[in-house]
Design a protein around this ligand. Structure first.
Ligand code: FMN
Length: 264
């Protein structure tokens, strides 16, 4: 199993394959007068150059990262997922329980957005949203989805794909009412993914929702639905400073989990 206390030595910055090479850098003196080139009033060419330079100056995996020995990984992915999430939280990753959810519409066009993970257990990965939202409609039409987690401080990514089912109204309501007053107020606002006329309209609806959530902590929100993604495939990616990333993929086949390594 991964030992988050076992650290790998990061190579010197000049070893880093992604280090910008000074010889490749464009001569910025003509168009890049100052760091202010990112300002809105810079010429479009200077702004584009400054933006590319900004991107090239940013780093990934440029820190001490935990090691991960896939030979020690458990037979099933759930304990490893829970362990990695806990270790991300302990490493100070902000909001490690947020994840990307990818769905596709009936024509196959994909969409992603960030959601909160409510639980991960033997049934699957739990999240809540409105049935009438874009993702709710897409899941109704095509109940397959993917989740993505990325925890930069530990250089870890997990992706999960599978089939999604909606929990029944009682379980959905219980899940919502266990959450914070803010979560209830947000759900009570409703209309998720519909076109909004103005921010004043939102402020009005939000004030009313907070007031109702305070008065009525069990207020029903019929459209709010708990969904559970039953995983068919889960990949654990441990980033490595020398780009020798470790990828361990679990596939559910014939009633049990198969494990395989993937080239990074
Ligand atoms: C950190 C974070 C957490 C979020 N959590 C949720 C959530 O748990 N449920 C939800 O419906 N939307 C959540 N959202 C909003 C979604 O990202 C998205 O904007 C919304 O659900 C509408 O998506 P859709 O139009 O694709 O259906 C969250 C956004 C952020 C940035």
């Amino acid at each position: 199993m991964a030992d988050p206390t076992a650290r790998q030595d990061a190579p010197p910055a000049s070893d880093s394959p992604d280090s910008p090479d000074a010889s490749e850098s464009p001569d910025a003196s003509d168009s890049l007068d100052s760091p202010d080139s990112l300002d809105d009033d810079a010429s479009p060419a200077a702004a584009s150059l400054a933006f590319r330079e900004l991107l090239r100056g940013l780093r990934v995996w440029d820190t001490e990262l935990p090691s991960f020995d896939p030979a020690q990984a458990p037979a099933e992915p759930l304990p490893l997922f829970r362990q990695w999430l806990r270790e991300a939280a302990e490493a100070g990753v902000p909001e490690p329980h947020t994840m990307t959810l990818a769905t596709a519409d009936a024509a196959g066009a994909p969409s992603v957005r960030t959601l909160m993970l409510h639980d991960a257990d033997e049934r699957g990965w739990h999240f809540g949203t409105h049935r009438g939202s874009r993702k709710g409609r897409e899941l109704a039409a095509r109940p397959r989805a993917a989740l993505g987690f990325y925890w930069a401080a530990v250089g870890r990514q997990i992706r999960i794909r599978g089939t999604v089912t909606a929990a029944d109204p009682a379980e959905s309501a219980a899940d919502l009412h266990r959450r914070s007053p803010g979560a209830l107020a947000a759900a009570l606002v409703g209309h998720q993914s519909e076109v909004l006329g103005s921010l004043e309209e939102l402020a009005h609806a939000s004030d009313a929702a907070w007031e109702r959530a305070r008065r009525e902590p069990d207020a029903p929100v019929p459209s709010w639905t708990l969904y559970v993604l039953r995983a068919e495939e889960i990949e654990f990616f441990q980033g490595d400073a020398r780009r020798r990333h470790v990828r361990l993929n679990y596939r559910y086949e014939g009633g049990h989990w198969e494990k395989e390594l993937l080239w990074p």
